[in-house]
Design a protein around this ligand. Structure first.
Ligand SMILES: *Cc1c(COP(=O)(O)O)cnc(C)c1O
Length: 412
């Protein structure tokens, strides 16, 4: 946004390899000032004023009673499920298409993910399919039992993908009915709204990430949010090795070292002050891509549901090979050769060897999005002229269908 601030530090490896990187941090606010404060005062570790301040700022932004800062989003997901009380061999609903972290954290507890396909419009967990599955289970002694596996279904872990919220209302209704907990993975969607309500405020608990490519970053970092003070206190306790005494090293539980440091929290405070500017920049970039790519055959832009406010965190298009003339991966390679970094979506989790033998409901939509999806450069600091340049390259690589037909005729 500020022309005098580069999108990435000089010497950034992503910047060096590509003239236009996919998504790099934008550190244009009070980052230096706050980090310097940490260094000047010696408060650099996991205790310090910025940790508390960052937690309070984020809780206020999301609208929850409390927030607990963690070393990263994965740790927040792990803590969320510990405080929710998930047990080994219980089942948790996870979308079939997502970055792998939520499924991994289900497994940390010995629980089992049940993969629910995503829907083709907004690419979020297919709520209709999730409900169909829940309704097919057995309701016995106040528990929901998966008929196929005999395991208890205890939780739903919707992931608000790519800056867009999941259609939460029907999920929340069923969760109440069947006494399931709902943990939102909001790591990709800080600032997004569902029917006017911030993501992170919708479930029993939620998780955020401040990894380098997220909308705001602390280098590495995460947050657990909840309206339950009991859950938050438990999460904070478990994140600091479950230390029972202020002075003595007494522990009645097995804890973790998941606490964010003051230096990272200082970055977080500075970044969070500028969140609305970051969201505005992402939405401007998305609108520009949509305008520039509207006429390109076979390129389908990402959409926003009427009930959603999307941050368009990672701007992604679908490439229809037959209409566009190139596959998503061919386009990725051609753009890379022109100095533009792009990236496919995630391998669907039901196809991942890491989660082999997990149950999946559907999966074809996730597979299609994996085949066709391509995320385009969308750093907060990206200039609209660069968006236009990427779009112009995409336009220029399009091969009209008749070329393919002509080749077929001459070769036949
Ligand atoms: C980034 C991300 C995470 C985890 O974040 P880290 O801070 O890298 O641990 C979890 N879930 C999803 C969907 C993510 O995109």
């Amino acid at each position: 946004m500020d022309a005098d601030h580069p999108a990435a530090p000089v010497g950034d490896p992503a910047q060096a390899a590509h003239n236009i990187p996919l998504a790099v941090p934008h550190l244009a606010g009070n980052e230096w000032k706050y980090v310097k404060e940490c260094l000047d005062t010696g408060w650099v570790s996991s205790v310090g004023p910025f940790v508390t301040r960052f937690e309070q700022m984020l809780a206020q932004r999301v609208g929850t009673v409390e927030a607990v800062a963690t070393t990263n989003g994965t740790a927040a997901l792990h803590l969320a499920q510990l405080v929710a009380g998930h047990q080994a061999n219980e089942e948790v609903l996870v979308p079939a298409l997502t970055f792998i972290a939520p499924a991994n954290t289900v497994r940390y507890l010995g629980a089992r993910p049940v993969f629910i396909d995503v829907e083709p419009e907004y690419w979020q967990m297919d709520v209709g399919r999730a409900i169909e599955f829940l309704d097919s289970c057995l309701w016995r002694n106040q528990s929901l039992i998966n008929k196929e596996t005999g395991r208890r279904v205890v939780s739903i872990l919707p992931v608000h993908l790519l800056g867009h919220p999941v259609d939460m209302a029907p999920l929340l209704e069923r969760a109440r009915q069947y006494k399931l907990t709902v943990i939102e993975d909001a790591t990709e969607s800080l600032g997004a709204l569902y029917k006017g309500v911030p993501v992170g405020k919708l479930g029993d608990g939620a998780c955020f990430s401040f990894n380098g490519n997220k909308i705001i970053t602390t280098g590495g970092g995460g947050m657990f949010t909840s309206d339950s003070t009991a859950w938050c206190h438990r999460a904070r306790y478990l994140s600091t090795q479950a230390k029972d005494d202020e002075v003595e090293y007494l522990h009645s539980n097995v804890g973790f070292n998941y606490r964010l440091t003051n230096v990272q929290a200082a970055l977080g405070c500075a970044q969070l002050e500028r969140l609305d500017l970051c969201i505005a920049a992402k939405r401007r970039i998305a609108a520009e891509y949509e305008r520039q790519l509207a006429e390109v055959p076979g390129i389908r832009p990402m959409k926003q549901a009427p009930w959603a406010f999307s941050t368009f965190w990672l701007y992604t298009v679908l490439v229809d090979e037959s209409a566009y003339g190139l596959s998503s991966r061919d386009l990725m390679r051609k753009l890379a050769a022109a100095g533009v970094q792009t990236r496919p979506l995630w391998q669907p989790l039901h196809l991942s060897p890491a989660h082999a033998r997990s149950l999946v409901l559907g999966g074809e939509v996730a597979e299609n999005l994996y085949r066709c999806g391509l995320s385009l450069p969308c750093s907060v600091g990206l200039a609209l002229e660069d968006v236009a340049r990427v779009a112009e390259l995409i336009r220029s690589f399009h091969r009209p269908a008749q070329v393919a037909v002509a080749t077929e005729l001459t070769s036949g």
